[in-house]
Structures are given as C-alpha cells and as structure tokens.
Design a protein around this ligand. Structure first.
Ligand code: OGA
Ligand code: CA
Ligand code: CA
Ligand code: FE2
Length: 494
C-alpha cells in the first residue's frame, strides 16, 4: 500500500467517526454502566476468553502437526494382529543389536516442484525434487558420479546381458487344456465389460499379458483379415465369430508371420548385480546411498533384489507397466515365498519402491514416461481407446502426463504402493504406471534398485526371522533382525 493510499484511508475514517460523535452524550469520556458492556470486568472476561481460544487453536495445530505424516519417525505401529495401539517403549537394553521395524518411512512430497535437501554421503548434499504426488515420485540429480555410472555399466558388460524378454512363451496352450475351458468360457473371461462382444482393447490387453506380444489395433485388424475372423466387419468379435476360431489361432498366425523384437512388451537386455558383502565397492556404496535416500531399515534394502542393469539399443523400449503386482488375498510375494504358510496359486513381485538410475545421457528418446501421473482420476479402460493406446511407449510417449529425460547420474524414485495409514504398505498405486520410451538415437543404460516389502506384515516379519535365523519373539511379532547375522548375501535368484 502506498503512502498516499494510507493517508486517504486515514482521512476516510475521520468523517465517519465524527459522524457518530453526536450520538454520544456530551462529556469528556463516555459514561459506562459498571455492569454494562464497557465495564472493566467485562473487558477482562472477553480477553480471557480470547486468550484461551488462541491457546486452543495453537494446541490444536500442534496436535495435528505431530499426528500426521510423522509415522516414519517415532510412531508405534500396531501390528495387524492387535487392535490396541502399542505405546512406544524404549527397546530392552538386553537387545541393543536388534533392529526392530515397526513402521516404514514414507518421504513427503509436499507439492510438485518442492525441493528438499538430502544427505546421502559425507561432505555432500543432494537436492531432491518432487516430480509428482500420484505416484509419489522424486528426482535426485547427481545421485551417481560419472565413475560410478561407468563402473556399473562395465560390471554389467563383464557379467553379460541377456534378452529381457524371450520371443514367444510356450506352455500356454497346456494351461488352457488343463483347465479345460470351453470357447464360451474363454469368451466370457475376455469380455471385460460383459457386453457380449470382444472390443479391440479386450484382446490387446489379453495378448500382452499372455504372450508378451504387444499388438497394436492395426496388427489386430490385420489378424482378423488374415483369419477372416470378423465376418460382419464391425471391428468386434461376437461369440459366434469367436466360436469359429480355434483356440490358438492368433498365436499360430503370429508365429507364421514372425514376431519382431519391436513387437514385444520389452525390448532390451539386462543383467543382475549382487550388492552384498564382497561385491564391488561401488555397488555397496550405491546400496548405502539408497538406504539413506529411502530412510528404510538397512535390513529391508539388504534383503531386496540385486541391482538390475538394463541396456536399450536404438529402437529399444519398454511399454508402460507396473513394477509391482496388485494386492489380493490369494497373492503371495515372490521374495517372501519362503515364509508363506501355504503354496499360493499366484505370485507377484512386491516392490514397494523403485529407484531408477540413469547411467548415461541418451542422444534421442528413451525418456521414462508416466502416462497418468497426477491425473485427477485413474480409469483403466480409457488408457486404451480405439486408436490411442497410452501404454504404447513407441508411439504415444508425447501424450504421457510426465516424462523424465535420462541424464547421466540422475536417480528417480517412486512408491509403487500407497500407505495403509498405519505405517505399512497398503494398496498398489495405480498411478505408478510407467514405461521406457523408444530410444531414437544412441543407446540407453539404466539400473533399477527395487525394494521388496510384503504388504502382508506378518509374512514379511516371518521371512526376516527366517533369513536372520532368529528365534521368534514370544511377546510380539515385530520384525526382528540381528544386524550382525543379517544375510546381506542371501538373495533370491530372479
Ligand atoms: C523398468 C523400467 C524405465 C526406463 O526397467 O522396469 O520401467 O526408463 N524402465 O527404462
Ligand atoms: Ca466387450
Ligand atoms: Ca464382428
Ligand atoms: Fe518399470
């Protein structure tokens, strides 16, 4: 506000005040009734109420602050078996070496663009920027030094990289035969929206999951023509049209015509590098930095998958996918299968966090795309609409909500699961959908560090007890890990 404005405001008040004056009795001070609204005691009472009110508001703000978003620091987590809130008690001095995990840290994103400083190593501070809130996604430039990037690529080459996806998986027919499904039953399974017709996207999704072959709507139309499948030419398969096709007609057609690598879900080569004791110092240092970055217990990082190093040639890609599976009661995690009570029919990788490192700067393309990051809603069906398939990273990366350009040494990391609100892993975060865009120029090197945590707390606890060979605690079921004997060298061969 300028001085002039202030002056004119001050002037404005004078006439109105003077306008009220005639209403007052003509005396030096307005006379007040001792029990009236301008008595001293009335003033004192009002002021007391006012202060109590302010103190209450401040206390409420403190309460809210210390009860939200702090589950990572010191809040006791009630194990799923007990409904009582366990008060946080100091650890028994007899077990100082035990690391007891009762709650997982979840770093706060605050808002997109928010930058926070992180200390990952001595004498260096990194900046971590929030890229999206859904999924909770961060970027840390300079996470790896140029030398570290070089060593990781060289070690991977020394070990040898293998095709990330083999051409066509056999054995699917046997599964169908074993289940003895009729064409009508298969039709029903595929007809997601149950409208009695198979739309293009219903077949496309199925083919990707089943054979790892990435059909485009054009490919499918070509197959329809080749097999004379769509008799009435409406682009849909009715039950009658479907019945006329043999069980493996699509597969046989594709095999005859040949499948190119560019038609697979994933077109890259990769290898795994172990990071436990005895591994190259650079690999161990990366693990330490990841532990500091994620603020998770070292035991959880130690027991996670090895580092995956991936190389994409020019033309390479990885269509949009989830690194981790959804949480169903009948699904077990691959990493804790040792601790599963029964053999479960479905197994999925439970990767709570993905840390993705760019080991080189790519000349053209190769961005990591997050098609639905920070979308207002998530709608699986609208991801594949007739001719625009948002999951297709060869064609539609430009339509993704967010793309991260590979830059040597930068790390990005995100949570594949939401929180359960009690400090443990909750539902899968559907917004964590992502893929590697096609490399248009040069090659692209990345590495993935996945941190495996079972959404089933008890199963994770049993697993950690098993691998650390600790006798189970009688009093509670907290995760208990002896840091001396924790098996940093026990890994699953994946
Ligand atoms: C992956 C992956 C993305 C990329 O390897 O799982 O999603 O940009 N990679 O390479
Ligand atoms: Ca349908
Ligand atoms: Ca038809
Ligand atoms: Fe991925």
């Amino acid at each position: 506000m300028s001085d002039n404005q202030e002056a004119s405001d001050a002037e404005d008040t004078t006439p109105s005040e003077s306008a009220t004056l005639p209403l007052r009795p003509h005396s030096d001070r307005p006379t007040c009734n001792k029990t009236g609204v301008c008595s001293r005691s009335y003033f004192v009472v009002v002021m007391v109420f006012f202060h109590v009110y302010i103190i209450n508001v401040i206390a409420l703000l403190f309460y809210v602050h210390y009860n939200s978003g702090q589950e990572d620091t010191n809040q006791g987590r009630d194990a799923p078996s007990s409904n009582q809130q366990q008060p946080e008690s100091p650890r028994p001095p007899s077990k100082p070496e035990f690391l007891r995990v009762s709650s997982l840290t979840r770093i706060e994103g605050i808002r997109v663009g928010h930058v926070q400083k992180v200390s990952l190593m001595q004498n260096k501070v990194h900046e971590m920027r929030t890229l999206s809130m859904k999924p909770l996604l961060f970027e840390i430039p300079g996470f790896l030094s140029d030398d570290e990037c070089r060593v990781v690529m060289q070690l991977a080459q020394l070990k040898g990289l293998m095709e990330s996806q083999l051409m066509v998986q056999e054995g699917q027919e046997e599964l169908a035969k074993e289940l003895n499904l009729s064409p009508d039953e298969i039709f029903n399974l595929l007809d997601i929206n149950q409208d009695g017709q198979l739309q293009l996207h219903e077949i496309l999704t199925h083919s990707r999951v089943r054979d790892g072959i990435w059909l485009t709507p054009e490919n499918l139309r070509e197959i329809y023509t080749g097999l004379k499948a769509d008799k009435d030419g409406d682009g849909l398969l009715s039950l009658e049209e479907f019945r006329l096709l043999s069980n493996d007609a699509f597969q046989r057609f594709l095999l005859q015509r040949g499948v190119k690598k560019s038609q697979l879900v994933r077109n890259s080569r990769h290898t795994w590098l172990y990071q436990g004791k005895g591994a190259h110092q650079v690999l161990q240092d990366i693990k330490t930095k990841v532990t500091r970055l994620t603020r998770l217990p070292p035991s959880l990082v130690d027991l996670s998958e090895p580092l995956q190093v991936v190389r994409y040639e020019q033309g390479g890609h990885y269509h949009a996918h989830h690194d981790s599976g959804p949480v169903y009661p009948e699904t077990a995690c691959t990493h804790t299968r040792l601790a599963a009570n029964t053999s479960t029919p479905f197994e999925t990788s439970c990767r709570y966090i993905t840390v993705l490192f760019y080991l080189n700067s790519v000349e053209g393309g190769g961005e990591t795309a997050f098609p639905v990051a920070d979308n207002r809603t998530y709608d699986e069906v609208s991801l594949i609409q007739n001719d625009v398939d948002l999951l297709d990273t060869r064609r539609n990366c430009d339509k993704s909500n967010l793309r991260v350009k590979p830059s040597k040494g930068t790390a990005v990391f995100w949570y594949n699961y939401l929180s359960d609100g009690k400090g443990w892993v909750g539902e899968q975060d559907e917004y964590a959908l992502h893929g590697g865009c096609m490399v248009t120029q040069g090659t692209k090197w990345v590495a993935n560090k996945w941190i495996n945590i079972d959404p089933d707390y008890q199963r994770q606890a049993r697993y950690q007890q098993l691998v650390s060979q600790q006798p189970e605690d009688d009093d509670d079921e907290d995760l208990t890990l002896n840091q001396d004997t924790q098996s940093s060298d026990i890994h699953q061969d994946l």
